[in-house]
Design a protein around this ligand. Structure first.
Ligand SMILES: Cc1cc2nc3c(=O)[nH]c(=O)nc-3n(C[C@H](O)[C@H](O)[C@H](O)COP(=O)(O)O)c2cc1C
Length: 174
């Protein structure tokens, strides 16, 4: 059976909720990437904007297992300024080379999810096996379990023999 792990960054809790729900419906372990310097309040907002605008690689904390312990990695991160949130970008820059196969869930207010997925693919150097874009409103309203169950099935299918080719189209948009 494929070893699958969930790796998430969440500043305000949406991505964390998604990681917890996905862990609950799949049984996959989840691991958090945290800010080295917390991004509270207005100054935290400003740092998010500046880090993303300048494509900075901010420091992060991660004390989970190495990504090469997994056959398939599920990455969960927010969209900032129609791009991947800077802390996940930092994480992937240092750890992305250990990923053999991956899927993505992006959380956002409204748009920019595909560009965040493109950012991940550019750093990792390969396409994700499946993609789910979730709106914060739906996560907070607890209306994402059905999407997460479909995502789990897509992720498992991608690891079955013959299912491992990167998908040419983005298969799941919610
Ligand atoms: C600086 C900043 C920029 C953002 N830019 C976008 C954006 O371009 N598109 C979008 O849909 N949401 C955007 N958002 C909203 C977040 O993606 C959304 O609130 C997400 O659910 C946060 O996830 P988290 O609670 O796991 O941190 C932005 C949030 C911040 C703080």
């Amino acid at each position: 059976m494929a070893r699958i792990g969930i790796f998430f960054y969440s500043r305000t809790g949406t991505g964390r909720t998604v990681a917890e729900r996905l862990a609950s419906v799949s049984g996959w372990p989840s691991y958090e990437i945290r800010d080295a310097a917390p991004r509270y309040g207005l100054s935290g907002d400003v740092r998010c904007i500046v880090d993303n605008l300048l494509k900075r690689s901010p420091a992060f904390h991660y004390d989970g297992p190495s990504l090469d312990d997994f056959d398939h990695v599920v990455l969960i991160a927010p969209v900032w300024l129609r791009a991947l949130a800077a802390p996940m970008r930092s994480f992937l820059k240092t750890q992305g080379r250990f990923i053999s196969a991956y899927s993505v869930i992006c959380v956002m207010s409204g748009d920019g999810g595909f560009r965040a997925v493109d950012d991940m693919a550019a750093i990792i150097g390969s396409k994700p096996r499946s993609i789910l874009l979730l709106k914060q409103y739906d996560v907070l309203a607890e209306e994402c379990d059905a999407s997460l169950c479909r995502f789990r099935e897509q992720t498992l299918a991608a690891d079955r023999p013959g299912g491992g080719d990167p998908l040419p189209l983005l298969p799941s948009i919610d």
